[in-house]
Design a protein around this ligand. Structure first.
Ligand SMILES: Cc1cc2nc3c(=O)[nH]c(=O)nc-3n(C[C@H](O)[C@H](O)[C@H](O)COP(=O)(O)OP(=O)(O)OC[C@H]3O[C@@H](n4cnc5c(N)ncnc54)[C@H](O)[C@@H]3O)c2cc1C
Length: 383
C-alpha cells in the first residue's frame, strides 16, 4: 500500500514529495508515490519569473536553481504606451522554464526515493471508507494521505469551490529576439499595461524570451479572435513591445493558452475538509499573475504540508496555516491586478511609479510570501 499519493508533479507536488522524502517519510517501507498525467516534461503557461523566496524554498529541498541555466533578473521596466519607468528590484529573480524546473524537481524526488509515475492521470478522489484514488485502466489506490497538487486542473470528487471568475484569457509564447533586443532585455523583466490586460517579457534559458499576457476575452475578440490579430493590436498600442518583437522568431507553433483562472481563490478550511486530503499550490490558493508570487506560494504550501504530515496533524491545520500566510498577499495582489487592467487604475499606477519608483519595489514586496514564514531549510531538515 502506498501511504501517500501526491496528485500532480508540478511545483507544489514535486516539492512536497521531496520534502516528505527528506523528512524521512519514504524510509522504513512507507511509500510516497507521485502521479503526473504528462508522460514527459512539457511547457506550461507561466511567466516563469522565479522570486528569491521561491529560490530559497527550492534550495531547502536541495534543488540548485543556478544549475538550471536560467536568466538572472534584477530590474523591472513598467511600460504603458510610450511611457517607461525603470527600477531595480528589491531581490534577484530568475527566468527559468517550467519544463526545466519541473523536470529537475521530479528527478530530485526520484533520487530521494519517491516513486514517480508519469503518464498516470487521476480520474477521481473519493472518501467512502477511507481515501480512494481512481486511475484510468488500473485498480484504485487506497493511501492514508492524498496530497492534491493538480494545479489549475480540477479532480473529480475534490473540485475547488471557486467564486466568480473573471473572463480573462492567458497566452504564452517563446520568442528568439534579435541580438540587439536580447541585449536590451537582459537582466530585466518588462511589464506592459494595455487596455483590458497586461503582460510580461523576460529571458529564460538559452537567451529565449518568455512573453506571457492576460487579456479580457472581449478585447481578444475585438482584435479578431486570433493570436496574430491580438499580437498585432498589442504591438500597435505599445512602441516598446513593437521594438522588442521586431525581427523576433516565434519558438512555439502556437501560444499556450489558459482561460478563466480563479484569481483570488483561497481554500476555506471547514466542514468539508477531509482529514487526509492536503491541498497545495493552485488547489489551495491562486494569486493574480505578475502582481503576485504563485510559484513561491505553491512551494510554501508544500513545506507547510510536509511539516504537518510529518507531525501527524490533520489537513485542516495545514489549510488554516496556509490561508493565514497567503491571504493578505493575495488581497493586495488582487487590488494591484485590478488597477493594472483598466485605464484609470493603470494611469494611477504608472504615475505613482514615475513619481516614486520606490513604490514599485514596495508593491513587489507587499505581495511576496515573507521569507520568515517561508519553508526554511531548517524546518524541513530538522524533522
Ligand atoms: C498566465 C500565468 C502567469 C504566471 N506567471 C507566474 C510567474 O511569473 N511567477 C510565478 O511565481 N507564478 C506565476 N504563475 C503562477 C504559477 O504558474 C502557479 O501558481 C504554479 O504553477 C502553481 O503550481 P502547482 O504545482 O499548484 O500547479 P502546476 O504547476 O500547474 O502543476 C500541476 C501538475 O498537476 C498535473 N495534473 C493535473 N491534473 C492531474 C491529474 N488528474 N492527475 C495527475 N496529474 C495531474 C499537471 O499535469 C501538472 O504537472 C502564473 C500563472 C499564470 C496562469
Amino acid at each position: 500500500m502506498s501511504e501517500i499519493v501526491v496528485v500532480g508533479g508540478g511545483l507544489a507536488g514535486g516539492a512536497a514529495a521531496c520534502g516528505l522524502a527528506l523528512g524521512g517519510f519514504a524510509a522504513g517501507g512507507r511509500a510516497v508515490t507521485l502521479l503526473e498525467r504528462d508522460r514527459a516534461p512539457v511547457h506550461k503557461i507561466c511567466g516563469e519569473f522565479l522570486s528569491v523566496e521561491a529560490q530559497a524554498s527550492l534550495a531547502a529541498i536541495g534543488l540548485d536553481v543556478a544549475a538550471l541555466g536560467g536568466h538572472r533578473i534584477s530590474r523591472l521596466r513598467l511600460v504603458r504606451g510610450a511611457g517607461v519607468v525603470e527600477v531595480g528590484l528589491p531581490f534577484e529573480g530568475v527566468g527559468v522554464t517550467r519544463r526545466t524546473l519541473d523536470a529537475a524537481l521530479l528527478e530530485r524526488a526520484e533520487s530521494l526515493g519517491v516513486t514517480v509515475r508519469r503518464g498516470v492521470a487521476v480520474r477521481e478522489v473519493g472518501f467512502e471508507g477511507g481515501l480512494r484514488v481512481d486511475l484510468a485502466g488500473e485498480a484504485a489506490l487506497r493511501p492514508a494521505i492524498v496530497v492534491l497538487a493538480s494545479g489549475k486542473h480540477e479532480v473529480r470528487g475534490v473540485r475547488r469551490r471557486v467564486g466568480t471568475v473573471e473572463d480573462l484569457i492567458g497566452f504564452k509564447m517563446y520568442f528568439r529576439l534579435d541580438a540587439a533586443q536580447t541585449a536590451v532585455l537582459a537582466r530585466h523583466i518588462e511589464l506592459y499595461l494595455w487596455q483590458d490586460g497586461y503582460g510580461g517579457l523576460q529571458l529564460v534559458e538559452d537567451g529565449v524570451a518568455n512573453f506571457t499576457l492576460l487579456i479580457e476575452r472581449a478585447r481578444y475578440r475585438a482584435a479578431g479572435g486570433t493570436w496574430a490579430g491580438l499580437l498585432a493590436a498589442l504591438r500597435a498600442s505599445c512602441g516598446v513591445l513593437d521594438a522588442r518583437l521586431r525581427g523576433a522568431v516565434a519558438v512555439l507553433d502556437q501560444p499556450l493558452t489558459i482561460f478563466r483562472v480563479p484569481y483570488g481563490f483561497v481554500h476555506r478550511p471547514g466542514g468539508d475538509d477531509v482529514p487526509g486530503l492536503f491541498r497545495l499550490g493552485d488547489q489551495m490558493a491562486v494569486i493574480p499573475s505578475f502582481t503576485g508570487d504563485g510559484m513561491a506560494i505553491a512551494l510554501h504550501s508544500a513545506a507547510v504540508a510536509v511539516a504537518a504530515i510529518l507531525a501527524g496533524e490533520p489537513a485542516l491545520a495545514h489549510h488554516v496555516r496556509v490561508r493565514r500566510d497567503v491571504r493578505g498577499q493575495i488581497a493586495r495582489a488582487s487590488v494591484l491586478a485590478g488597477m493594472a487592467r483598466f485605464g484609470f487604475g493603470q494611469a494611477a499606477l504608472f504615475q505613482a511609479a514615475r513619481l516614486s519608483p520606490a513604490l514599485l519595489r514596495l508593491a513587489a514586496q507587499w505581495t511576496r510570501v515573507p521569507p520568515s514564514r517561508g519553508p526554511a531549510a531548517t524546518r524541513i531538515l530538522r524533522i
